[in-house]
Design a protein around this ligand. Structure first.
Ligand code: FAD
Length: 562
């Protein structure tokens, strides 16, 4: 069968949601995924392994790291999770400036390995770029998205408290995880000394107390194993593989085609619409076409840019919908460079009872409502306290013997940490485009990344260090260590933009329902659609935008308007 009501490109976080909503609306939906199939539980080969069952005790051999210098830098990449990340050599791209592009090419995409932090944007984040003059106006605001946040949070399961903080609105949350004793001390200190900030329990896509809708998906309570990146056999955290895709499958409306790399979208000059997709089977290298009434592009931000740039026709010689020439431009990311680490005394007789999969957050308190710094944008601070065993044995002491073994059974010192997740400013000069002469193994032009930090990012880093140091001092911390890891853009894994939403077709590509202004039956709802980055973790917003756009598309289709 090559004709469907809808085609979804990509089966990761946003593609999974598109599939679920379109199938729930009765649309025969084809999901095209370049990677292999992954089935919940069956395809989590490391999920229940003990440390000693790994050939290299959790680390990858040097030969692998040497061959894969980018992917092995990824947070949470190790011997237990490497099969959910790509190998660099198989998927080349051109870095005009250093950019670490972290990818997971399989059914489920990076929903299998994501960190699961899931806060809502405030209305201010939608408004700030145009208000303070560092971006264009979003065509939607918080009130447009709030019902869809509600919709996706309920189904995915997000834990958190009702904290009543304007810069991070409350959602439809399952019970939060309790802060540990040091975190409670940190929380109290912050509330005592500051009126503009609070420390709150993390908002994470975990089933702290599953509800009926989660049990119906076949998922169960998170057991705080903290081995999420291996794939959770309990479905304790949200992934497309555990949640949206099996749900879509049960409707009988889903066809999932793995090993199908999308080359381009086919544009029909007569109808002024996209008529289908050109695909290359990654095993046979056979070229084929699939047709549908509507197309959702959810290949992850940069791959979505690549597909649209490569969708050339007589009408659109520079890429689908790209009359204004901004496709691939205004790429942005989030700034994760700075952190602060310190010791804290007075809690040595206390320990934690088990693990927890979340960490506390200090919501943004910079440039909120008023611009009160010399940089643009805001940041949130992930923060907390841990008591790692590895801290017990200084490196210059013997690492074997009886004394060593005894020390291993003792908890280490408490460590307080803070790290930043900062907004970056969308700029025309941060862009991706197609290489003129380099192709990937399927004959598709390679993507060139031309993306870097700027002075605004440096100023934000300095400000974070100043604030973190002051807060830690008030908490009574010692040995405060301020770090700037100078990591490349990309490794934050929150890349966005290039196909941004906007009110004006002159300076944007997508309208308020994520439709291409110039090709209305093509919807882009992954990170490529982002007009600005905000300071929250972005994926829950991709989910909400996708669910909203998919229901709109289904409705328009039923009314014969698409
Ligand atoms: C270690 C880690 C931690 C993270 N932590 C967080 C967090 O705490 N909070 C948060 O909000 N986000 C987090 N993220 C980011 C999050 O994973 C992404 O924002 C999210 O997965 C993006 O969803 P997506 O659907 O756009 O892309 P993906 O989930 O990457 O899925 C894209 C899919 O499209 C497929 N595809 C690509 N190109 C093609 C093509 N040409 N043809 C067919 N298929 C194609 C891919 O194989 C993939 O399956 C984290 C990511 C990682 C890796």
């Amino acid at each position: 069968m090559d004709k469907y009501d809808a085609i979804v490109i990509g089966s990761g976080i946003s593609g999974g949601w598109a599939a679920k909503e379109l199938c729930d609306n009765g649309l025969k939906t084809l999901v095209l995924e370049r990677g292999r199939d992954i089935k919940h539980i069956k395809d989590y080969p490391t999920a229940t392994l003990h440390p000693w069952e790994f050939k290299h005790r959790g680390r990858m051999p040097k030969s692998f790291t040497d061959e894969n210098p980018i992917t092995t830098k990824a947070w949470l990449f190790d011997e237990s999770s490497y099969h959910f990340f790509i190998e660099d050599k198989d998927h080349p791209y051109v870095q005009k400036k250093p950019f670490d592009w972290i990818r997971g090419y399989q059914v489920g995409g990076r929903s299998l390995t994501w960190g699961r932090a899931s806060q809502r944007w405030s209305d201010h984040e939608f408004k700030a770029p145009s208000r303070f003059g560092y971006g264009i106006e979003w065509p939607v605001g918080y009130n447009d998205i709030a019902p869809w946040y509600e919709h996706v949070e309920k189904f995915a399961g997000v834990c958190g408290a009702k904290d009543g903080i304007e810069s991070m609105p409350d959602g439809n949350y399952l019970p939060p995880y309790e802060l540990n004793c040091v975190e409670k001390h940190m929380q109290k200190t912050i509330s005592k000394h500051y009126h503009d900030r609070k420390m709150i329990p993390g908002r994470w896509a975990h089933l702290s107390e599953p509800e009926e809708i989660h049990l119906k998906q076949g998922r169960s309570k998170c057991q705080s194993r903290n081995l999420c990146v291996r794939g959770c056999p309990l479905g304790g955290y949200f992934s497309s593989v555990a949640s949206t895709l099996p749900w879509a499958d049960k409707t009988g409306n889903l066809t999932l085609r793995p090993f199908s790399v999308v080359h381009s979208i086919i544009y029909d000059e007569k109808t002024g619409k996209a008529s289908g997709i050109k695909v290359i089977d990654t095993n046979s290298h056979e070229e084929m076409e699939f047709h549908a009434k509507i197309i959702f592009v959810n290949a992850s931000a940069l791959n979505t840019n690549l597909i649209l740039l490569n969708s050339k026709s007589k009408r659109f010689p520079n890429g689908l919908g790209n009359d204004n020439g901004i496709l691939g431009k205004y790429i942005c990311f989030q700034n994760y460079r700075p952190s602060a680490w310190a010791s804290i005394e007075g809690f040595d007789d206390k320990y934690v009872n088990g693990k927890k999969p979340t960490g506390p957050i200090i919501p943004n308190f910079k440039n909120f409502k008023e611009k009160n710094t010399e940089f643009n944008g805001g940041y949130i601070t992930f923060s907390g306290a841990i008591r790692p065993k590895r801290n017990v044995i200084p490196e210059d002491e013997p690492q074997l013997g009886v004394g060593f073994k005894h020390k291993l059974s003792e908890p280490g010192d408490w460590i307080v940490y803070m790290y930043m997740q900062g907004e970056t400013v969308p700029k025309e000069t941060n862009r991706v485009y197609l290489s003129k002469n380099k192709k990937d193994p399927w004959g598709i032009p390679q993507l060139v990344t031309d993306i870097s930090y700027d002075d605004n990012d440096e100023k934000m880093i300095n400000d974070f260090h100043k604030e973190a140091k002051e807060m830690m001092e008030k908490m009574g911390c010692t040995n405060i260590n301020l770090v700037d890891n100078k990591q490349n853009p990309g490794i934050d894994i929150h890349e966005m933009g290039g196909v941004r939403m906007g009110k004006d077709p002159e300076n944007s590509l997508l309208n308020e329902f994520n439709q291409l202004h110039l090709c209305k039956n093509v919807f882009v709802t992954d990170g490529a659609c982002m007009t600005s980055t905000g300071n929250q973790s972005p994926s829950i917003l991709y989910m909400a935008l996708t669910a909203r756009a998919a229901n709109y598309a289904a409705d328009q289709l039923k009314k014969g308007k698409l």
